[in-house]
Design a binder for this molecule. Structure first.
Ligand SMILES: Nc1ncnc2c1ncn2[C@@H]1O[C@H](COP(=O)(O)OP(=O)(O)OP(=O)(O)O)[C@@H](O)[C@H]1O
Length: 422
């Protein structure tokens, strides 16, 4: 009678079931690694003694090493949508040329403080020679083909005397045209001007509202206080020179070219704590720092005009090219309050992550420790079905079971290489 053909091993492997078996390894090395990894994971998620904080001990407000729960406050629902209003007012008296300027003179917008002005007075509609060097000419022919308009008006096509030595193309527009290459003084007094910032914020998710004005401050106290990051961090009145300094800028050169400074007000609030502890935090930066190095446009300026009538009723205007410091107030915020859903999700994540330690210990145990083969043999065990005798080894070289160790484990056991006691 022909011998029974053995069942292919790969089929038996496919219809096998792997279940977890607990093996207690009495090894100091893996035991210590396991506990250290578990401790690290737990302190990352929940918190522990601050043995590896920065020297200032400010890793977290409470001085704990716990990152996810204590620092990131993973137990809180967060609202980053912030509704905010900002109102500003500049005050100060400065001298510019022979004139004393007050609040109404040096700002055409609440966000800009004008520090330098090029005035072109008594302009009226008419024809006159262009002032820009690009429109120098010797004859009418030079003024044709130069386009239709210049920075100041529409070209008539004629070449006319600009002064006794120079001729330029004639324009029709506001005459005389502006000459913006002149040197004019800078109003350095603006350094002592003050900027009052009134900011209200609202976190709609929690219906929480707050303003940057200290709650019981009187008008007199407001007028007197000046912001300082350590001594007066809540005073909403800022000296312009200080704002430039905090933004790392030299006020004199900023005032000469103009520029844009950003005043950032951050509202990062833990709404599980008292209402009074939700406070604004001010920081400063120069927003046009990239373009300020551009030779073509190094600063910030704009033009505006004041119109009036001359003696004979003609309409006149004074054109002003104003260089100034623009203040952009940027408000950002982030508030959190305890929520059961994020607490549960992060607690489950924390405990699941402890399993990472087991993976690491298995790698060390089964690959790097002395007697790794012995541990493998005890970890992976193949159990035949209770009533069926064990299948013979596969002649086809099918893929073994989990981690490919069953067959090796079996060979080791069969040959009796290892003693089974740990
Ligand atoms: N840039 C600033 N520098 C210093 N104090 C300021 C500044 N802006 C406003 N204040 C003062 O803060 C307080 C509140 O200002 P707010 O504009 O609300 O009131 P106000 O009576 O209209 O101010 P004022 O008429 O003095 O401009 C006032 O006492 C005001 O004088």
């Amino acid at each position: 009678m022909p011998p029974l053909r053995p069942q292919p091993r790969c089929l038996a492997d496919f219809f096998s079931y792997e279940t977890t078996k607990s093996v207690v390894v009495k090894s100091w090395v893996v035991g210590v690694v396991n506990r250290v990894v578990q401790l690290l994971i737990l302190s990352y998620f929940i918190g522990g003694p601050c043995s590896w904080c920065t020297p200032s001990g400010r890793v977290t407000p409470r001085g704990d090493a716990g990152w996810v729960f204590l620092h990131e406050k993973a137990y809180q629902v967060r609202d980053t949508v912030i509704e905010s209003s900002v109102v500003t007012k500049v005050k100060g008296i400065g001298k510019y040329g022979n004139r004393i300027l007050d609040t109404a003179d040096y700002g055409t917008s609440v966000f800009v403080v004008v520090t330098k002005q090029i005035l072109t007075e008594n302009q009226e509609q008419g024809v006159c020679p262009e002032s820009e060097a690009a429109y120098r000419c010797a004859s009418d022919h030079d003024c044709q083909g130069k386009g239709h308009t210049t920075g100041s008006g529409v070209l008539t096509g004629r070449c006319v005397p600009y002064n006794t030595t120079l001729r330029t193309c004639e324009i029709r527009g506001w005459c005389p045209p502006e000459v913006d290459t002149v040197d004019v003084p800078v109003m350095l007094e603006a350094e002592n001007f003050t900027l009052f910032i009134k900011n209200s914020v609202r976190f709609p998710l929690f219906g929480f509202e707050k303003a940057n004005l200290p709650p019981h401050i009187s008008a007199g106290e407001l007028q007197r206080c000046r912001f300082h990051p350590e001594q007066q961090p809540l005073c909403p009145i800022l000296r312009l020179g200080d704002v430039a300094r905090f933004a790392g800028q030299d006020f004199a050169s900023l005032a000469a070219t103009g520029g844009v400074l950003g005043i950032k007000i951050g509202w990062v609030c833990d709404l599980d704590r008292a209402w009074e502890l939700c406070l604004p935090r001010y920081s400063f930066t120069r927003l046009d720092s990239v373009t300020r190095h551009s030779p073509g446009s190094p600063g910030y300026n704009f033009r505006h005009a004041r119109y009036y009538r001359g003696h004979n009723g003609t309409e006149l205007r004074t054109l002003t090219k104003a260089f100034g410091i623009r203040f952009d107030v940027l408000v950002y915020g982030n508030a959190g309050k305890f929520g059961i859903v994020p607490t549960l999700i992060n607690t489950v994540a924390a405990f699941t992550s402890i399993g990472v330690g087991t993976v690491l210990c298995d790698i060390i145990l089964l690959n790097f420790l002395k007697g790794a083969e012995h541990y493998k043999a005890r970890k992976f065990e193949e159990v035949p079905e209770a009533s069926v005798p064990p299948a013979p080894a596969s002649p086809t070289g099918c893929t073994p079971g989990a981690l490919g160790d069953q067959s090796r484990e079996k060979q080791s056991t069969d040959s009796g290489t290892f003693s089974l006691g740990l």
